[in-house]
Design a protein around this ligand. Structure first.
Ligand SMILES: [Zn+2]
Length: 560
């Protein structure tokens, strides 16, 4: 066989040539042929007939008796089949055998699915060994012939929207057990698909409430045996089981998908791995939410209201409400820096009524949204307090000024990220007695003017350990005239706790404390009538109800 003469060029664009010949093996009255000796068979040729357009290429020449003998034994010196059957022919060859007298010509067809070979000439039909097909397939590579064994086509849909993908594949056609056609190729790059929220047709696509909108479909009956979905940039596996749906991104951001599909080696005649790659730029619509699950959020005086601007496009926002007239600071709430959060403290004197939070584009004053909320009335008890004249004299304006000077900017700077975790701890373990409640209306030594108690007085013996109610940075740890020994912890986003009248301080300014760390001991220093911890929670100078922080993280409603 002269391989150098094999015409290898084969147009990929040729029409798919897959003929199904109904071969009726008629029960012919086959005439008995005269036996042909091998010496008279001098030459043979095999042509591939699979190409309907080009010249049919020669794929084998038979010159010596060893090569010619099987053809003589199987085709020439035998009788044609007497029965008939139907076969579906996938490949057709032409065989010519030249004898000293004449040239014999046979059509040879192979049914790859049923592994049958048959030859045919004017005298009838002859079974040929199926193994012959391996020789021919190997001699003339014709993967295009096996369309049913080609890599499956893959469609990625977002609703009825087709997403283009990049591709790399390693694919093997194995039409017969001993023939293997590897196919490798890759398409560099992948299409970027932007989900513009302003585009009407796409806005609905990323409704967060509808799961699994990205669907994958594969050529019929070619579902892969294994699917892995990766983020190829983070090199993280997103899913190994969700197919044909892709887990939908929940956040604005860039997503880099690689879907690796594997088709195991089976009897089907193909196996391989294909990686489909694509990027998604997801832009979720901006939404505004208060830290309440109620339809009309309801708060009490002393509550910490909070707003979440989810999928904020930038920092150009301003939030206002009648119940808190100072600037409401907005901070990033997530690692991707797409969400903004702001704490809005409602002081204990906030009047009951209906209010709104207004969200503006800061640079243009455009009103973007408003959210209604209700403040319900809350009664606070009153208390008559008697203190000694020496204690009372501590609260002089002179002392207040000195304390303020020493306190300095301990209140003015807060970390721009949430340092606290979950709900706050009571800083004193049980048993304890609450000697004065939050915001109790207090009359001192018979005065007609009242004041509000800024925190919670927890009465326990001197020396009782005090825990950090939550994690944060110590911004003050020193003694003051009115408050005595004081610790202030910044929990970030403008939220602070303070621990007042301490006997001992165990931390220093600048320390980071974890929730539950022992930071000091209960005492009765400063303006105090006996050992207790005066514990306060505040933001922007507004004292908040500590019990609410013990019950729940004020931002718990945003954690999903
Ligand atoms: Zn107190």
């Amino acid at each position: 066989m002269n391989k150098a003469n094999l015409p290898i060029k084969f147009s990929i664009k040729m029409p798919l040539y897959l003929i199904a010949i109904l071969i009726l093996l008629l029960s012919t009255s086959a005439c008995k042929k005269a036996e042909l000796p091998i010496e008279e068979l001098i030459h043979g040729e095999v042509y591939f007939m699979g190409n309907g357009l080009d010249e049919n290429p020669l794929i084998q020449t038979l010159t010596d008796t060893t090569e010619l003998q099987p053809y003589l034994d199987i085709l020439v010196n035998v009788e044609a089949l007497e029965s008939y059957t139907d076969i579906s022919v996938d490949l057709t060859y032409k065989l010519t055998l030249q004898t000293t007298e004449e040239t014999l010509s046979y059509d040879i067809g192979f049914d790859l699915g049923n592994k049958i070979g048959v030859a045919h000439d004017s005298t009838g039909y002859y079974p040929v060994p199926f193994e012959w097909v391996d020789l021919y397939l190997d001699a003339y590579r014709i993967p295009e012939q096996f369309t049913h064994l080609q890599p499956p086509s893959f469609t990625l849909m977002m609703d009825d929207y087709v997403i283009s993908t990049g591709l790399s594949q390693e694919w093997y056609l194995q039409p017969t057990p001993s023939t293997l056609y590897p196919q490798f190729y890759s398409i560099e790059g992948y299409e970027l698909r932007t989900m513009e929220t302003l585009d009407f047709t796409l806005t609905g696509l990323f409704d967060r409430t509808i799961p699994n909108q990205i669907r994958i479909s594969i050529t019929d009956n070619m579902n892969p045996s294994n699917v892995i979905i990766n983020d190829y940039e983070l090199e993280e596996t997103i899913s190994t089981s969700v197919f044909p749906n892709l887990p939908k991104p929940k956040e604005t951001g860039d997503y880099h998908y690689e879907i690796e599909c594997t088709w195991d080696k089976t009897e089907k005649g193909y196996h391989g791995t294909i990686k489909y790659m694509f990027n998604l730029i997801i832009e979720m619509p901006t939404t505004y939410q208060l830290n309440s699950n109620e339809i009309i959020p309801t708060y009490e005086p002393g509550d910490s209201m909070a707003i979440l601007i989810k999928d904020a496009k930038d920092l150009d926002y301003r939030v206002e409400t009648e119940a808190f007239t100072k600037t409401i600071g907005l901070f990033y709430f997530d690692e991707n820096q797409t969400d903004l959060v702001g704490l809005i403290p409602l002081n204990s004197r906030t009047k009951a009524g209906d209010y709104s939070v207004m969200i503006y584009r800061d640079s243009t004053n455009e009103l973007l949204d408003s959210i209604d909320y209700t403040v319900i009335p809350k009664e606070f008890d009153s208390q008559q307090l008697t203190v000694s004249s020496s204690t009372a004299s501590l609260k002089s304006s002179e002392n207040r000024e000195k304390d303020n000077a020493k306190f300095g900017d301990a209140k003015s700077y807060s970390e721009g990220s949430k340092l606290w975790e979950d709900n706050f701890l009571m800083p004193i373990d049980k048993p304890y007695r609450i000697s004065t409640e939050y915001s109790m209306i207090r009359y001192v030594n018979g005065d007609t003017e009242s004041s509000r108690h800024s925190g919670l007085d927890i009465a326990v013996p001197e020396g009782t350990p005090i825990k950090a109610a939550n994690s944060g940075y110590v911004t003050f740890a020193s003694d003051l005239i009115i408050s005595g020994n004081v610790i202030v912890i910044d929990h970030g986003l403008g939220l602070f706790t303070s621990y007042v009248h301490l006997y001992k301080i165990h931390v220093e300014d600048g320390d980071f404390v974890e929730k539950g760390d022992i930071i000091g001991e209960v005492g009765s220093t400063g303006y105090s009538t006996g050992p207790h911890l005066h514990w306060t929670v505040w933001k922007n100078g507004v004292y908040l109800n500590p019990w609410k922080f013990v019950e729940e993280d004020p931002l718990a409603a945003f954690s999903n």
